[in-house]
Write a protein of this length. Structure first.
Length: 188
């Protein structure tokens, strides 16, 4: 299947803006190797460029790292500290795509790009799914996308570790990033 033969009904070419009220960049990480802690970033902006050839499309996302929220104010402050995100020195995390692989279709695409966290940029592939296009009750067109990838936080300089006597770490190195995006086409 080539990008030229793929059909994405309603997904028009041009710039689509991320609808921040209906989008989320979230993460999960193991805590003490026995539980999963979830969090998200409340301030995410970005845009998607849909090309005639879908494989030539691109996305740019910017995250305000101080907007981290994990349902625990003390943990959020710790995550903002220089032991983890160091938001004073690194107020933004970004993702810029470099390629879209559509060999397996729109439901199992791969979005490759450069993820920058804590001042470190690494290549990362996200499993990407196009969820379709719909019109809301007010006549606005929206497109939905889901993406997921797993990183090793040490690769991004997030190396604060507390070993456990039972083995493993207080906060695991592996972090899963899950993205749910809703976007709307820019009008001229």
């Amino acid at each position: 299947m080539t990008a030229e033969t793929l059909v994405a009904p309603g997904l028009t070419t041009g710039t689509w803006t991320i609808d921040v009220a209906h989008s989320e960049v979230a993460f999960t990480v193991r805590h003490m190797m026995i539980a999963t802690v979830r969090g998200s970033f409340e301030s995410v902006t970005g845009r998607i460029e849909i090309a005639e050839d879908l494989a030539a499309s691109s996305i740019e996302v910017e995250i305000d790292t101080a907007s981290v929220h994990s349902r625990n104010p003390k943990r959020d402050e710790h995550l903002r500290s220089d032991q983890f995100l160091d938001v004073a020195a690194f107020p933004k995390a970004t993702f810029r795509s470099t390629a879209v692989n559509l060999d397996r279709g729109l439901d199992a695409a791969v979005l490759a790009g450069e993820l920058t966290i804590h001042g470190v940029t690494k290549q990362l592939d996200f499993a990407l799914r196009f969820n379709g296009v719909a019109t809301d009750p007010w006549g606005n067109t929206k497109a939905g996308f889901s993406a997921e990838a797993t990183i090793d936080r040490h690769d991004f300089g997030l190396t604060s570790d507390m070993p456990l006597a039972s083995g493993g770490l207080f906060v695991a190195r592996e972090v899963t990033i899950t993205i749910e995006l809703e976007a709307y086409p820019e009008t001229t």
